[in-house]
Design a protein around this ligand. Structure first.
Ligand SMILES: Cc1cc2nc3c(=O)[nH]c(=O)nc-3n(C[C@H](O)[C@H](O)[C@H](O)COP(=O)(O)O)c2cc1C
Length: 733
């Protein structure tokens, strides 16, 4: 809670006061040049203060009209006097002995005077505004280091944090001294100056300090607020400072005092000015890096595919990508027709977001045994307490009538939306297997409902029938170890060249008219268009009599077929689970057990040089000796550098190191760096309940620990990453 308030104040105060902060910082930066220029253009400062008598003679000679505003001394015997002439200010240098003016030494001060006026009063006597802005700036600066530890990361936020920490003393010094000046803390105290008393001549002020304060020598003097003069000098051999008005001669500690000198960068001449310039530059960089990274994050969290001002939402709930592709095609077609459309997976949507749209069109498939696809399950849960009154929606439900619960996923979502108060604007359409035709008809109805004619967009590339011959089948687990699950590697050949990527699916129907079960493909047609590799676990269940029997499809693949047999199956693209589109983008693969299936193909592409980005695999199973699937190959790839990193966890080994999620926690820092700073894509493949939940929990812990996010922020970030495709989960029940 406290952290939230701190973060809030750090960001919002900066944003609200951005113009003021920028003005104060930029003018401050300009002003810090004044001591540097003066230092560069003047000679060495006089070591000894000048005797009063001598000074008064000089003043009588060079300033007969008593217009000087300030004076200082330089070696050898040079007096610098600031004059105000017709509103213009400038410094002149005089030879003290002769009173002769050194023409070449004039330094304009007027520009700095105007900038100072802007810095202190905004040119309008708005001192109070500047004062408040300065207090708040100090608050923002102090809060900064409380928000996160400095860690070297090559990101905008990383630099912001490190610079904030390193530069903290410096930026705090310039801003806190500004506050102290505004509050008159640590600055010389003297009676209020009556401005109406008019101009106080410099010579007269010095004479009064001589009479009433015993002033004998002067180091420098300057007019302040017209009616007063501040003098630094000596009395009775001691350093003294006086503020002189017509009524009072007040002795003060030192003028203008360390606080002001620190703020103005004059305590050590040009060097201190340079230090202040550095402080201003740091403040500016901190403000910019903070705002840009914040703005970027804000944009990303809203990013979906689509128009910024969309009033139509096309959402999808997809297990193997068909619904997602159809939804994208729908988005495109409606946009071609002139509608403003956003496309988004239910995985990345908050239920309440639906209210922002005039219409919501949902394409939903069915997974498992009549379930809603895994990525849409948290959305379905969130619908329970939601109030979606006023939302108008329609559903296209994908399914396969050979399953018991035909189109149950779409129906469940439809019912939950209605339950939450949303209203159906078109009747639900059920699709039995091949969706191209029913989708095209549905799209026309949707167009009519929206009031546009959809563009001619082709139905996305769909399933493709293939005939494969089993070339080789090899058991991957140790058959003598009952703790391990029976898993086989199946190496197929196709007579025809095929087009597919690793992560695409092969749907295998165990019998005539039976629905196909999806298996992840672990090879790439870009490496060999005729070879297809599967990693298949034999599933077992109990029949009505309580006897163990094999799953139909896996039984056929692992036991039924013999090498040399052929199989008719269906190839289904699954682009959400293909290797990153950008071959240089780093990828992290997390696999439990049979979940290694697609990644063998990812790494095959990597080994062939089709990818250049780093690759990191975290593999978990029960026993290294019994079920390290493709272990030898993986170790070879690691040795050859195909795998940048390989981490394993074997839960039943005495020193196995638990589960993949434990490896993720142990490597939290590296994971965060890959994901956050290096923009890696994280793929996880395995069982929805065990691996899915474990990976999500571990990732949100990494985000909280390494990214400093609150629990709900971490959840939101994971959803955002799923939407962006930075986090891709292929989970099966
Ligand atoms: C493992 C699996 C289970 C399925 N279960 C059902 C089901 O219970 N009822 C149904 O109507 N369709 C079922 N289907 C069919 C899918 O809903 C259908 O193939 C859909 O087009 C897939 O869309 P998606 O790729 O967007 O997930 C199942 C498909 C698979 C691969």
């Amino acid at each position: 809670m406290i952290k939230k308030i701190l973060v809030w104040s750090h960001r919002w105060l900066t944003l609200l006061l951005l113009p003021l902060f920028a003005l104060i910082i930029v003018t401050g930066a300009i002003l810090s040049f004044a001591p540097m220029i003066k230092d560069a253009s003047s000679g060495p400062e006089a070591q000894e203060p000048v005797e009063v008598e001598r000074l008064l003679q000089v003043l009588a000679r060079v300033d007969p009209q008593a217009r000087s505003r300030a004076l200082e001394f330089e070696e050898p015997g040079i007096a610098l006097v600031e004059f105000s002439r017709q509103g213009q200010r400038e410094w002149h240098a005089f030879q003290m002995e002769t009173g002769q003016r050194l023409e070449e030494r004039a330094i304009g001060a007027d520009f700095f005077h105007t900038v100072q006026h802007l810095h202190k009063h905004l040119l309008l006597d708005l001192d109070i505004v500047v004062d408040i802005a300065t207090y708040l700036m100090v608050l923002v600066i102090i809060v900064g280091p409380l928000l996160s530890w400095p860690r070297l990361r090559h990101t905008l936020v990383g630099w912001h944090t490190v610079l904030g920490w390193v530069g903290f003393p410096l930026v705090l010094m310039v801003s806190a001294t500004g506050v102290m000046m505004a509050l008159s803390l640590g600055t010389p105290q003297f009676p209020a100056v009556d401005r109406d008393q008019g101009h106080m001549p410099m010579a007269q002020a010095i004479e009064r300090a001589v009479q009433e304060g015993g002033l004998t020598h002067v180091r420098d003097a300057r007019r302040m607020q017209t009616a007063a003069v501040a003098i630094n000098g000596q009395a009775g051999g001691e350093a003294v400072a006086f503020v002189v008005t017509r009524d009072h001669v007040t002795q003060v500690g030192r003028y203008p005092g360390l606080v002001t000198e620190l703020h103005e960068g004059t305590w050590a001449g040009g060097w201190s000015g340079a230090l202040n310039l550095l402080a201003s530059a740091l403040l500016m960089v901190l403000m910019l890096t903070g705002l840009v990274s914040w703005g970027r994050r804000g944009l990303q969290s809203r990013r979906r595919t689509g128009d910024a001002d969309a009033d139509i939402l096309v959402a999808w709930a997809s297990q193997t990508g068909t619904a997602a592709r159809l939804a994208q095609a729908t988005t495109e077609a409606l946009r071609d027709g002139g509608a403003r459309v956003m496309g988004a997976s239910l995985a990345g949507l908050d239920a309440s977001e639906l209210k922002a749209f005039r219409r919501v069109y949902l394409i939903a498939s069915t997974a498992g045994d009549g379930q809603v696809p895994e990525p849409a399950r948290s959305f379905l849960k969130a619908l329970e307490g939601a109030n979606l009154k006023g939302v108008r929606f329609a559903v296209l439900a994908l399914g396969d009538s050979s399953y018991t619960h035909f189109c149950a996923g779409g129906l469940t979502l439809r019912d939950a939306l209605r339950q939450a108060g949303a209203e159906e604007c078109l009747p639900l359409v059920r699709v039995d297997r091949e969706p191209a035709e029913p989708w095209t008809r549905w799209l026309q109805d949707v167009g009519e409902d929206v009031g546009v004619t959809p563009g001619a967009v082709e139905a996305p590339r769909g399933d493709q029938p293939v005939t494969l011959t089993l070339k080789r089948r090899q058991q991957l687990n140790d058959p003598d170890d009952p703790v391990t699950h029976e898993v086989w590697s199946l190496d197929w050949r196709s007579a025809e060249p095929l087009t597919f990527r690793p992560g695409d699916l092969l749907l295998v129907a165990p019998g005539e008219g039976e629905p196909g079960r999806p298996y992840s493909i672990g090879s790439s047609s870009e490496v060999d268009p005729r070879r297809l590799l599967l990693t298949v676990a034999l599933t077992t269940r109990q029949d009505a009599k309580g006897n163990d029997c094999w799953g139909k499809a896996s039984g056929l693949l692992c036991r039924g077929l013999k090498e040399g047999d052929t199989l008719d199956a269906t190839l289904r693209p699954h682009p959400d689970f293909n290797p990153p589109e950008d071959p240089a983008r780093p990828m992290i693969m997390i696999a439990a057990g049979c979940g290694i299936a697609p990644f063998v193909g990812f790494l095959e592409e990597q080994a062939q040089g089709l990818r250049s980005g780093p690759a990191w695999l975290i593999f978990g199973n029960r026993k290294r000796a019994g079920d390290y699937f493709h272990g030898e190959q993986l170790e070879r790839w690691r040795a050859a550098g195909v795998l940048t990193r390989l981490d394993t966890a074997f839960s039943r080994d005495p020193d196995g190191g638990g589960y993949v999620q434990d490896r993720m926690r142990a490597e939290a820092r590296t994971l965060w760096e890959w994901l956050h700073a290096r923009n890696a894509v994280l793929y996880a493949c395995g069982n929805a309940k065990t691996l899915g939940e474990g990976v999500r929990t571990a990732l949100s812990e990494v985000l909280m620990e390494q990214g400093g996010l609150a629990p709900e922020e971490a959840q939101a970030r994971l959803r955002q990453w799923e939407t962006e495709g930075r986090l891709r989960l292929d989970l099966i029940d």
